[in-house]
Design a protein around this ligand. Structure first.
Ligand SMILES: [Zn+2]
Length: 225
């Protein structure tokens, strides 16, 4: 496996690191972004852990390319806030829309360059989806009609076979979110794009473990591990 890192939005307050892991065999390009919202710390910690483990050789990418950006909105992460403006409304809308923020521009440029077949956007949210359909905690979100839906259902089945408490079970949600990185990746780049939402009220280690297992499960689906 080859590893390299690069700076995105270099020289700005948003400057952040992108990590690229290349498997020994050719395969799918898979991109993971966390920290588009700065206070969803469990998802950021999970992305950082993933990078650390791959760099340490705890496990490896066998085929294809994995791109990870663990902290997309560094100024918001420093303040532990969602971010103003909300970065997840600044990605291209519709067939001819443009990015409206320097950081979404930097991320979208990478997405266009590498054309990931898979795009995971790691987040955290309020509530438990087992208790209410109005909350997004413990959900995997795709755009309606996404080719990712069968894989999302398999990942949820895998996760729900592992979760300790029934209340922590994951559920699928399907909707378009204009201006989000997921919907831009799905509409413009035809990626299998999924937003991962753990519940931010759970213990940090539990959230990190759920995020990590969801990511690994999708990496298996895509044939990278
Ligand atoms: Zn979020």
């Amino acid at each position: 496996m080859l590893y390299e890192s690069r700076k995105l939005a270099q020289g700005t307050s948003f400057e952040t690191t992108m990590h690229i892991f290349d498997g020994d065999a050719p395969g799918t390009v898979f991109m993971i972004v966390a920290g588009i919202h700065g206070r969803e710390v469990g998802s950021i910690r999970a992305a950082q852990k993933l990078v650390r483990q791959l760099k340490n050789g705890d496990w490896t990418i066998e085929r294809g390319t994995l791109i990870v950006v663990p902290i997309a909105n560094r100024p918001a992460f420093k303040k532990r806030i969602r971010g103003k403006p909300d970065l997840n409304r600044t990605f291209p809308r519709g067939p001819s829309g443009r990015t409206t923020h320097e950081m979404s521009r930097a991320l979208y440029k990478i997405m266009r360059k590498y054309k990931p077949a898979w795009y995971l956007d790691l987040h955290e949210a309020n509530g438990l989806s087992s208790a209410s359909t109005d909350v997004l905690g413990q959900t995997l979100i795709t755009d309606s009609g996404s080719p990712a839906v069968p894989a999302v259902r398999r990942v949820i089945k895998h996760m729900n076979g592992r979760v300790v408490r029934r209340s922590h079970r994951f559920h699928i949600r399907m909707h378009k979110l204009k201006g989000s990185s997921r919907t831009a990746a799905a509409d413009r780049l035809k990626a299998k794009a999924v937003t991962v939402e753990t519940c931010w009220s759970l213990d940090m280690n539990i959230r990190i473990n759920y995020q990590t297992e969801v990511v690994r499960s999708f990496l298996r689906e895509a044939g990278l591990i």
